[in-house]
Design a protein around this ligand. Sequence first.
Ligand code: ADP
Length: 171
Amino acid sequence: MNIAVYPGTFDPIHNGHIDIATRAAKLFDKLIVAVYERPGKNVLFSVEERVEMARKAFENNPKINVESYNTLTVEFARSKGAKVIIRGLRVISDFELEFQMALINKKLAPEIEFLCLMTSQEYAFLSSSIVKEIAALGGCLDSMVPAHVKEALFRKLKETSFGVPVISLRD
Ligand code: ADP
């Protein structure tokens, strides 16, 4: 069975991620969307919440499973028998980091290939940070995230003081 892993923070999952995962799933027998338990960056949602939102997003795609992990990504991929790690590329600035990560991971696990899929044009601007920022300012998220993610964002907004740094969209 040809298995690929699509790792990320998914805080929260958005339509750009969903597009990459759906396209990647067509290339493999099975795609595992792998949610980092403890990413290096601050997260708004717990790992359980991020996994649940991602699971719901792919509930109608039998080729996509969602799991969390807290090891090296290549170790997780190995443990699942995956030979390919998928990443998405939006802008040129993504390339530098992805290139570095691919080379390091290749040293750690030479048998695993890194496959970067280009974003679809309509999602080129989309990131989880932008989505959180728009939610914090009460903007319309309809074309950016599924309805259940939008609800979860606004629920968090009510529950917490929603410490999302609003950097660019206030003015
Ligand atoms: P990470 O912390 O690993 O960057 P993210 O959840 O931000 O986790 O992103 C996971 C993957 O999805 C990364 O490869 C990222 O480049 C890709 N990605 C994020 N947003 C988009 C988008 N709009 N279009 C295509 N790929 C994207």
